[in-house]
Design a protein around this ligand. Sequence first.
Ligand code: ZN
Ligand code: ZN
Length: 374
Amino acid sequence: MLHQHPELSGNEYETSHTLRQFLQRYEPDQVITDLGGAGFAAVFNGSDSKGPTVLFRAELDALPIVEQNELAYTSIRKGVSHKCGHDGHMAILLGVANLLRKHPLHTGRVILLFQPAEENGAGAWAVLQESRFQDLQPDFVFALHNMPGLPLKQVLVREQTFAAASVGLKVGLYGKESHAAEPENGQNPGEGMSELIQALNAIARDQTPFSDLSLLTIVHARLGEMAFGTNPGFATVMATLRAFEQEDLNKLKELAIESVKLVSSKYNLRHDLEWVEEFPATVNAPEAIEYIKHAATGMGLDIKQAEQPVRWSEDFGHLTNRYTGALLGLGAGKDQPQLHHADYDFPDELIPVGAALFYRIALTIMQDKSPHVL
Ligand SMILES: [Zn+2]
Ligand SMILES: [Zn+2]
């Protein structure tokens, strides 16, 4: 159902509505809607209202990718599909709600946060700005991401940085248009543009200024309009900057700005520069990792300590910046196509595992030993 009706970042209103309808059967104590757009939080209180508040997050959004799989539940929206498995993450939180209804907690409080717009890095930040969210004051925050390439159900943990920081850079270079027959009357930014692409690539080729892996990938470039009669007057270059350490990302940004300034002054071009889709590094608290390990061990799951952070970014980093918490990886199978690939599909076997893992993490934190249900 969720897989068949995917919605892009910031437009997840139908998904949000479907989930809220479905959740009614588990009778949450409180539902807080309109968090950062289509986001909402379902609150489940323990019978004793004292004790810590633990938050679990799932993402609502899908991706602008044409689905290649032929499934009974293939996306009905052409060009939009759940290729990051966020549909599976949502189903996991519904599973947690089911467990909380069947076996309520004795103490504390669990919040299930359904967050919009993860893929463009806007959602977590937007939710955090809402005073109705701030009032919830979670003591711990957790999220999981399924991980193709890892054995099914393996739990991947890492203290400190789990996922890289990244940011998009958009550079505009401006000269002057003229007739293609009279290039001397214009100012074509093409040479500057190609030099800028090379200069940006050179920044990441030399890793010496950085303390850990730092990457810069040119993702788009454009010179003027597609017209043989025109000597173009503008160019656009876009790149994604990425680093395991926030300081390295800051350094990458500085070096990129320097290159833009150098090129534009050399070729006498005006420029503008914009940073978009900024994701902080997701930094895990050691305490939160202990809770995950404890819960996973209790379930007999295989736990793997990640040596390196993952290269992709997660806007859950905004939550771990503000609260004690962790993002964990859950193996989606060695042969599962990678995230954001057109043939990827979330393995449903992970739904009960993820739900039980989250529920157990909550029990561990509440030191609630009584419901031996899992
Ligand atoms: Zn994704
Ligand atoms: Zn994702």
